[in-house]
Design a binder for this molecule. Sequence first.
Ligand SMILES: Nc1nc2c(ncn2[C@@H]2O[C@H](COP(=O)(O)OP(=O)(O)OP(=O)(O)O)[C@@H](O)[C@H]2O)c(=O)[nH]1
Ligand SMILES: [Mg+2]
Length: 326
Amino acid sequence: EAVIDMIKAKTDKAYDASLNQLEGSLKNKIGNYRDKMLNILARLEYSINFTEDFLEEPDISPVIKESEEVLEGLKKLYNSSNKGKIIRDGIETAIIGKPNVGKSSLLNALIKEKKAIVTDIPGTTRDVVEEYIDLDGIALKISDTAGIRDTEDIVEKLGVDKSLEFIDKADLIIAMFDVSRDFDEEDRKIFNLIENKNAIVVFNKIDILKEDIDIEKYEKKYPIIKMSVKKDNGIEDLEKYIMEMFFKGDIISTNETLVTNVRHRDLIEKAIKSLSSAVEDLKMDIPIDCIEVDIRETWDILGQITGDTVEDDILNKIFQDFCVGK
Ligand SMILES: Nc1nc2c(ncn2[C@@H]2O[C@H](COP(=O)(O)OP(=O)(O)OP(=O)(O)O)[C@@H](O)[C@H]2O)c(=O)[nH]1
Ligand SMILES: [Mg+2]
């Protein structure tokens, strides 16, 4: 929900509110995990007493199962920080295509600035040019890449390799074609590169076409936008389309808890470490008191996310109250 609000958010204030809502959902989840950790601790305490009284091995398998469940949840949250990053830093969008189709011209048009070098010489762009744009509250990190083709030129080839890397890591690809020229083997390669990717196809240079192209005859695997960067035609359509895709959740899923904050991500990583070590120890014959230290630590680290940090002595009291049978 919060992400959708964020898309709609036009003012900074609304944006902050959406971010707060995301954080609220994270804190809620972490709060639940902390409660579970307390339960786990209570059970451990119980089994310590149980062993003292009966000199029998207690069954700690439920404790292992619960700990593993929390661990699983934490790992999922940690992985979501990638998507959270999209919201914080922008959707990684790569403009790709063979040389001379108008990629750099499109970047310049989107940022409304002559940042990338444009010439009619194929192979002009050698290095990736990155810029941020703001589409009504959605951040795009947009990269203009070197035109992809087989080349003997060492510098150009390094650029092409970089373009391929950017295709891999992009959240969204704008694949550009020059429709004033015949569709060739190089264009075919671009189509192969976007196979199974989030992509929008742009047919550029429609201004120098004699007749209108019929996009109906192309396969509908990707959305197609007709464009003339030169005549400022179709750029708004592209922007609208990207917003729509984001809104529909095509670029990132919009209904899960996301970690949007680096400090939270680091704390979750620490919690995963200490809980993993507790789970491993539980599976071996390590004295339970030692395991308790790790469980407590996990509980405490998670408290730094929910804002429930407590002094050591209060911490001890909470845990003592939890000790069953003491
Ligand atoms: N007629 C026409 N020309 C265009 C259009 N868009 C770009 N051009 C021209 O096409 C040429 C190449 O444009 P660039 O933006 O440098 O192309 P590129 O894809 O970045 O090329 P590389 O960096 O070599 O891969 C330039 O001369 C542009 O002015 C358009 O919509 N119509
Ligand atoms: Mg270029």
